[in-house]
Design a protein around this ligand. Structure first.
Ligand code: G16
Ligand code: MG
Length: 221
């Protein structure tokens, strides 16, 4: 095991709830209701694809021009940026700094594989930018999660073979992306929802490098 590749929203910081509120604000303007259960389908999914799913959910697919769709996506992002404007190191999820310390002490490489175009901005607000050797630009990818592209690109940017990487995710689409990249998948969250992962921690507070290493080793057999 040579590298750990992280998702951002819901793993490094609790920004998933801000994405949800920002989408809810836009959906309400469009006369669409979204609840927490529907929101699970948006985790790890790009801004454009999330908008398409919300419109489909509200029975409004095909009603708007591309210009309008772009405006909706921009409006959601404005809502989101407003919600995260006061983000700081206190918003780093429990256990993450300790886990990053263990990873650094073990000499492993670290990458960010977030679908968010706001990833670099958020890392800098959290004061974590220097902890990451590389960040994948999601705008350059042909396919978003659950496709493996973002994880494979992270491994390539680190110059590490995918089989020597583990990925850490909070969403099913992300776990599927890691598995499709033939990496070892570590999930944080609900056991039933994230069942395809190689290992599931109930929360980020439980993340331990020793456990992750033994999961990786077991997967080599
Ligand atoms: C995140 C969130 C998604 C969000 C996506 C794009 O992915 O989970 O809800 O739609 O990024 O974010 P943005 O609109 O900021 O570009 P991840 O992969 O970090 O969980
Ligand atoms: Mg996530």
């Amino acid at each position: 095991m040579k590298a750990v590749i992280f998702d951002l929203d819901g793993v490094i910081a609790d920004t998933a709830r801000f994405h949800f509120v920002a989408w809810q604000q836009l959906a309400t303007e469009l006369g669409i209701t979204i609840d927490g259960q529907f929101n699970e389908q948006l985790k790890g999914i790009s801004r454009t694809e999330s908008l398409a799913r919300i419109l489909a959910h509200g029975g409004k697919t095909g009603l708007y021009s591309q210009v309008q769709l772009d405006q909706f996506a921009e409006r959601k992002n404005d809502n989101y940026l407003q919600l995260i404007s006061r983000l700081d190191a206190n918003d780093i999820l429990p256990g993450i700094v300790a886990f990053l310390d263990e990873i650094a002490a073990a000499g492993l490489s670290v990458a960010l594989a977030s679908a968010s175009r706001n990833g670099p901005f958020i890392l800098s607000k959290l004061g974590l930018s220097e902890r990451f050797d590389t960040i994948v630009d999601p705008a350059q990818l042909a396919a978003g999660k659950p496709a493996p592209d973002i994880y494979l690109t992270a491994a390539a940017q680190l110059n590490v073979a995918p089989s020597d990487c583990v990925g850490v995710e909070d969403a099913l689409a992300g776990v599927e992306a890691i598995n499709a990249a033939k990496m070892v998948s570590i999930a944080v969250g609900d056991e039933t929802e994230l069942a395809p992962a190689n290992h599931i921690f109930a929360s980020t507070a439980g993340l331990k490098l020793a456990t992750v290493k033994s999961v990786w080793e077991a997967a080599q057999l």
